[in-house]
Design a protein. Structure first.
Length: 186
């Protein structure tokens, strides 16, 4: 009927609007329609990131060539399609950690996973490029959750989404218990 059609149409329009510019450009890059010299713009930092020390006036950028290079590193390989949603994930991080001088760079743990590992985005501030300063993503890869969760004990946590962190800690404990149970059985 007409009401069902309009409801489905509204839902599809809503989904289309949810696709970010980053996701569109990422797909174009994957399809070979954008050059390796392309710069992905991920917008200005969210209020959470600004409170963590991100320069509010500096947009966050990621070079396509650097992204491709990072995705192929043997220790942390990932498919480019696996980081769709990066722009939105950065705005609502799971956690933000100090990385060296917290006024120069920080590590963000985002709600994008690969093989049970959340992605880490290492961002360096005040990078002059093309005549202006940006916050540049220099590192991006799936990081073992137990490794970055340990940073909390080391006092490096600047921000953490309590609910997401608790869920990950519970999951990590279940994974350890499962491995220990398997070891005992063997």
């Amino acid at each position: 009927n007409k009401e069902d059609f309009n409801e489905v149409k509204d839902e599809l329009n809503s989904q289309i609007q949810e696709v970010s510019l980053f996701d569109k450009e990422l797909q174009e890059f994957i399809d070979g329609k954008l050059p390796k010299s392309h710069i992905f713009t991920l917008g200005n930092p969210s209020e959470i990131l600004v409170k963590c020390g991100f320069p509010a006036e500096q947009r966050i950028e990621l070079s396509a060539s650097h992204l491709e290079f990072k995705s192929k590193l043997p220790r942390h390989t990932f498919e480019l399609t696996e980081i769709k949603g990066l722009e939105k994930a950065l705005k609502n991080p799971i956690a933000v950690f100090e990385y060296g001088d917290r006024k120069k760079s920080q590590n963000i743990i985002i709600n994008i996973e690969k093989d049970g590992k959340n992605f880490l985005a290492g961002v360096h501030f005040n990078q002059t490029t093309r005549g202006y300063e940006v916050s540049d993503i220099r590192t991006l890869y799936p990081k073992e959750n137990v490794e970055w969760l340990n940073w909390i004990n080391q006092g490096k946590l600047i921000y953490g989404d309590k609910e997401k962190l608790q869920a990950l800690i519970v999951q990590q404990r279940m994974n350890v218990a499962e491995v220990n149970s398997q070891v005992v059985q063997s």
